[in-house]
Design a protein. Structure first.
Length: 159
């Protein structure tokens, strides 16, 4: 019989922890100082290529391989992340009456993911972690930094 925890969740002995491919904070398999990314073996406009330093910076900001892919999406598709919210019209595959994201830049995101996170099961990692994160980032509304700042100012003037 499974035990009930104080937060009313059950401990199920048949459920194992997630496989090592499931990302954690140290998803990057290569020490950051040693991280170098090879040039893609497919044609990419130079405007989209990122330096090793830029890749390292994005890795440091990322919490998982999916989060890394979503951050690359914002960096490589800046035109979608403006006030017009064009990203809401797009997703990875073009499913659900949406437009497909540029395949060259998507392939570049995958190239960077594979360089940072080399695993045997890359197809699964890409399909189950990266693609859903990319699609979710296209759906997510902008965080309103100005509202956060206004709220902070209001609370500091009241105290």
């Amino acid at each position: 019989m499974s035990r009930l925890h104080p937060d009313n969740t059950r401990e199920d002995p048949d459920i194992h922890s997630l496989p090592p491919e499931k990302s954690s904070k140290d998803f990057c398999k290569i020490p950051l100082e040693e991280l170098t990314v090879s040039k893609p073996d497919f044609p990419v406009p130079s405007a989209y290529l990122l330096s090793d330093a830029e890749i390292r910076e994005i890795v440091q900001q990322s919490l998982s391989v999916g989060n890394f892919a979503a951050r690359l999406l914002v960096r490589l598709f800046p035109e979608l992340f403006t006030q017009e919210n064009l990203r809401l019209q797009y997703n990875h595959s073009g499913a659900c009456n949406k437009k497909q994201l540029d395949p060259v830049r998507l392939r570049l995101i995958r190239h960077y993911v594979e360089a940072v996170y080399p695993v045997d099961k890359m197809e699964e990692v890409w399909h189950y972690e990266c693609v859903p994160s990319i699609d979710e980032r296209c759906r997510r509304p902008n965080r309103k930094k100005c509202d956060i700042l206004k709220k902070a100012k209001r609370s500091s003037t009241m105290s």
